[in-house]
Design a binder for this molecule. Structure first.
Ligand code: ADE
Length: 225
């Protein structure tokens, strides 16, 4: 998989992909992540990437030219399955969206800033708009980091235990059950006997019950979906 991220703040995205699972996925050649500084594509003499909005009002709008030039250059090099715009008014990111995107070959992710991008960028290029939650971030970069992480960990070969992504919360619309490790007892709190029993069927049953209980208590909306 190849992911191209368009941003005016590439340094914000240096960190999230440099360690742990994201780092290993890139080292293993399972994903290529390319950061593009939108400012590098500006033909404006001061390399500006934003302007006042028509109709007045506070806040700048990201201009079409540098974004369009960058997207067009990338599209001339290879076909893209989706060109995603990170925006609070997009479709809410859910595990089903991550699963679907993890099956794609090439993705572009555009990060907005200020009041967002000129609507015509969205009309002309964007195939999918994604929000990571019902709150407003100062830019799309943190959202893009969340999206990329949630997709890349699903790529075959990225997680060492191949089954572990399947037992994540949300994979079956249920939250994950509680987990325990050593010691068997801490300050009077004991690991449930069933987990020490060695009885795998009973343990699976207990985990399924706990998942359902947690979901009913914390996210009943998932059971209605
Ligand atoms: N940009 C600003 N807020 C955002 C959000 N909630 N999700 C995705 N991108 C954003």
């Amino acid at each position: 998989m190849r992911i191209d991220i368009l941003t005016i703040l590439p340094q914000l995205l240096d960190g999230p992909f440099r360690d742990s699972i994201m780092k290993r996925a890139q080292e293993k050649g399972l994903v290529e992540i390319h950061l593009h500084n939108i400012r590098d594509y500006s033909t404006h003499k001061q390399k500006s990437v934003d302007d006042y909005q028509y109709g007045g009002g506070a806040g700048m709008v990201m201009t079409i030219q540098p974004i369009a030039d960058c997207i067009e250059k990338l599209k001339a090099e290879r076909p893209y399955d989706e060109i995603i715009y990170m925006t609070p008014d997009g479709e809410l990111l859910k595990q089903t969206v991550c699963n679907e995107l993890s099956l794609k070959q090439n993705l572009i992710i555009l990060c907005g800033h200020y009041k967002g991008v000129d609507q015509r960028v969205r009309d002309l290029f964007i195939t999918r708009e994604i929000s990571i939650g019902s709150y407003v971030l100062s830019g799309g970069e943190l959202g893009a980091a969340v999206l990329v992480d949630s997709i890349v960990r699903l790529l075959p070969g990225v997680l060492s235990d191949e089954t572990s992504a399947l037992t994540d919360s949300f994979q079956d619309n249920l939250l994950a059950p509680p987990v325990y490790t050593r010691p068997e007892e801490y300050k009077g709190l004991k690991v449930p006997d069933i987990l020490l029993s060695g009885h795998t069927e009973k343990i699976d049953e207990w985990r399924a019950e706990q998942s359902l209980k947690r979901t009913q208590e914390r996210r009943p909306d998932l059971l209605r979906d």
